[in-house]
Design a protein around this ligand. Structure first.
Ligand code: PEP
Ligand code: MN
Length: 267
């Protein structure tokens, strides 16, 4: 079994990531300059939020749905960095995405669940990342196959990426369930126990699929000692072009974060 080498703790990725848990938030998709900047301005008011997420090229299940604004949106994210000081993170699924993100100073890349499921795609991303000193977060694959997840982490690590994290976003349920994806907490727990230095972020938004469950899933993740949370937010979720039901307005996010922090401080 291959080990993950030279992993850097998440608080060494960037100076501003000094508090735990690391909170990443922002819209499922970057939809317009106004939506991106309005959401980011509201998130900036929440102290715990350090990283702004937005999907730019969206891996939609069916065609003829909103597939993201593409390259234009990278300028909006740069504007977010300049105006709010938040770090930025974007999903990459191809070498072209990696090149575009690095050219536009995206701080952190993430690899989505559908891409992690495909070792050919991961290997192409690894080649594009060779020698780049950029942090990469890798979501679990859609199916509960821990080795596929580990394999993706190993491939990207072998390309020299030492700022590496895993994101737990749950697994495709096959049957109708109240949650969009089943958490199968035992899988991230096992990954954490095998790779002590690997930061583990939970994505309660894609596990829940419904904003009403985000608080309890987030609390569970923190109870399991996960290192951070990636939570989708939108200044006007009712008009969101993707994942409308799970996005929180920033003030709701703030309420949830405060409830979590209270409980944590009792421990
Ligand atoms: C997302 O983060 O918006 C996304 C598409 O996630 P996942 O890859 O977990 O489905
Ligand atoms: Mn989403």
């Amino acid at each position: 079994m291959n080990e993950l080498n030279n992993l850097k703790p998440i608080n060494e990725w960037f100076k501003k990531l000094d508090s735990r848990p690391i909170i990443i938030s922002g819209p499922c998709s970057a939809e317009s300059e106004e939506q991106v900047l309005n959401t980011a301005r509201q998130l900036k008011e929440i102290d715990q939020v350090k990283i702004f997420r937005a999907g730019i090229w969206k891996p939609r299940t069916r065609p003829n749905t909103f597939e993201g604004r593409g390259d234009d949106a990278l300028h909006w994210l740069n504007q977010v960095k300049l105006e709010t000081g938040l770090l930025t993170t974007v999903e990459v699924a191809s070498p072209k995405h990696v090149e575009m993100c690095l050219r536009h100073n995206v701080d952190i890349l993430w690899i989505g669940a559908r891409t992690t499921s495909n070792p050919f795609s991961i290997q192409e991303l690894a080649s594009a990342l060779q020698g780049m000193n950029v942090p990469v977060m890798i979501k679990n694959p859609l199916n509960p196959d821990i080795n596929l997840w580990i394999g993706a982490l190993e491939r990207i690590n072998k390309a020299g990426i030492s700022k590496l994290a895993a994101i737990h976003r749950g697994f495709y349920p096959f049957e109708q369930t109240s949650l969009r994806n089943i958490p199968k907490w035992e899988i991230p727990i096992e990954l954490k126990s095998r790779f002590h230095n690997l930061p583990m972020i939970c994505d309660p938004s894609h596990i829940a699929g419904d904003r009403r469950y985000i608080q309890q899933i987030s609390q569970k993740a923190l109870d399991l000692n996960m290192d951070g949370l990636m939570i989708e937010s939108h200044y006007n979720p009712e008009e969101a072009l993707s994942d409308m039901e799970q996005q929180l307005i920033p003030s709701e996010l703030n309420t949830i974060l405060n409830s979590l922090i209270c409980r944590l401080s009792i421990k």
